[in-house]
Design a protein around this ligand. Structure first.
Ligand code: FE2
Length: 194
């Protein structure tokens, strides 16, 4: 049994106009799928380990960078699809709202810091809301890196800031994409589950 590309949790056109069907066709159907194909090739189709175990085992090992990068990109993308939903975005509710107020100084400060993380990630990477050491924090990671492999960190939400996430819809404007993500797409139910 090989690793498989997970389905999107919504229809390909469901995030439009904020993220178009065309973007999801490429981003899920081509980019995400390529990581799955690459990982299966690297492991000769052996998927006996969970992605999470594989990532934890290979993180920081230069000799296994290919396996780590592809496994982590599969995991990060699946987490990203669930971090959005049609009709999402705006202010959070529930536990995550309480913790954003308690740990990050409220929603407006969260928006500033999250956009700051995504905007200052030079080149490709990810912005994250994580829970670590008993509190929420905002981080960014380059390329395929992910807080999942960081001791004691629990990812709560992520935003892909690779150009392939936004170029067809926003061209070079990462800030406009980040604004649409926060205002119209964030899935706070998923954040609360995490
Ligand atoms: Fe991506």
């Amino acid at each position: 049994m090989a690793y498989e590309l997970p389905d999107l949790p919504y229809a390909k056109g469901a995030l439009a106009p904020h993220i178009s069907e065309e973007t999801l066709n490429f981003h899920h159907g081509k980019h995400h799928n390529t990581y799955v194909v690459n990982l299966n090739n690297l492991l000769d189709g052996d998927s006996s380990k969970s992605l999470e175990d594989l990532m934890k085992e290979t993180a920081g090992d230069a000799a296994k960078a290919g396996i780590f990068n592809n496994a982590a990109q599969i995991w990060n993308h699946t987490f990203y699809w669930h971090s959005m939903k049609p009709g999402g975005g705006g202010k959070p509710h529930g536990k995550v709202a309480e913790l954003i107020d308690r740990d990050l100084g409220g929603y407006d400060e969260f928006v500033k810091a999250f956009k700051g993380a995504g905007g200052s990630q030079f080149g490709s990477g990810w912005a994250w809301l994580v829970y670590k050491d008993g509190k929420l924090s905002i981080t960014k990671t380059p390329n395929a890196e992910t807080p999942l492999t960081e001791e004691g960190a629990t990812p709560i939400l992520t935003m892909d800031v690779w150009e392939h996430a936004y170029y067809l819809d926003y061209q070079n404007s990462r800030p406009n994409y980040m604004g649409a993500f926060l205002d119209n797409l964030v899935n706070w139910d998923f954040a609360n589950q995490n």
